[in-house]
Design a protein around this ligand. Structure first.
Ligand code: MLT
Ligand code: MN
Ligand code: ZN
Length: 296
């Protein structure tokens, strides 16, 4: 299996257009790497690829990834796109894929309903782009030789669908993790997750790689930095640090590789020289970066 991290950042990316925080300024100055918004590409055979999540930065991400370029006058090695929730940073890139190219668009029925309610996405011609509904826990062929399965993880509805009351650790079709399998290798991709329950640890234990929600280092870092009023938990993202964080929650699992993805610009892990990054690395974590490739 080959996995390319197309975008390692969370919604907004690094730098975010309207943010002057330390990390965003450092990225503008070229002192730390920029991060585009969240998504990966996966292949079992190196020829046929699936995108998992389609970020607003997809056009540049595809241009920067040789394996995803067209082989001829018109065409694409991208056979399918799977989205793990309806958030803008995971679906807006679908509009980039509107140029008369066929592929399968996979999501749960609930996420498909959100997409279907958006008239602009009719730009994806249904005669070319098949919208395929996936039940949770159903195995399916995402691309030739690549089997995937979706499962509910604690999360919430997309930000733009929030009503008065928001359940932030909803278990259902709105936010899913993906299990990817090819040639006996098993990888989990979970870019958004509100907590780390025991059942999740049991589920991913023994995997060859885990790509996990690294949005925030501490739950209230955006509040403390004066960047916003929301905590990570309110956004449906478990923090990395702390007693209930993912570093602690996933610490004892046997995993071939563990990689944080979907990093917010407020997260000190974004800075390669930060003590927080050294701490995560000492616990066995790698920090995803744009263009990073693994072959689990
Ligand atoms: C998130 O991951 O919390 C969302 O991407 C937020 C957003 O839609 O900007
Ligand atoms: Mn996001
Ligand atoms: Zn910033």
């Amino acid at each position: 299996m080959r996995i390319v991290i197309l975008g390692s950042g969370a919604g907004g990316g690094v730098p975010q257009w309207n943010c002057g925080c330390r990390n965003c300024e450092a990225a503008r100055a070229g002192r730390i790497p920029a991060m585009s918004q969240s998504g990966i590409a996966v292949s079992a055979n190196g020829r046929d690829w699936a995108l998992v999540n389609a970020s607003p930065d997809l056009r540049q991400q595809l241009a920067a990834t040789p394996a995803l370029r067209p082989g001829g006058l018109r065409g694409s090695p991208i056979r399918s796109v799977l989205v793990t929730n309806g958030d803008i940073d995971h679906v807006a890139g679908l509009l980039t894929l509107r140029e008369g190219q066929g592929f399968d668009l996979f999501a749960t029925p609930a996420i498909h309903a959100v997409l279907a309610a958006n008239p602009m996405l009719a730009a994806l011609d249904p005669r070319l782009v098949a919208r395929r509904e996936l039940a949770l826990e159903e195995s399916f062929e995402l691309a030739p030789g690549l089997v995937a399965r979706l499962f509910a993880v604690p999360g919430k509805v997309p930000l733009y669908m929030e009503g008065e009351q928001v359940e932030t650790d909803l278990m259902g079709e709105q936010t899913v993790g993906v299990e990817l399998a090819a040639e006996g290798r098993r990888v989990f991709y979970i870019p958004g997750c509100a907590s780390v329950p025991d059942w999740l640890c049991e589920r991913i234990s023994g995997a060859d790689a885990l790509l996990f929600d690294g949005t925030l280092w501490t739950d209230d870092e955006m509040v403390r930095a004066g960047l916003g009023a929301k905590t990570g938990r309110r956004m449906g993202h478990v923090p990395v640090s702390g007693p209930d964080g993912s570093l602690e929650g996933l610490r004892d699992l046997a995993l071939g590789a563990r990689i944080y993805v979907h990093l917010n610009n407020s997260n000190p892990l974004v800075d390669p020289a930060s003590p927080e990054r050294a701490m995560a690395q000492a616990a066995g974590w790698q920090i995803g970066h744009d263009g990073m490739e693994i072959a689990p």
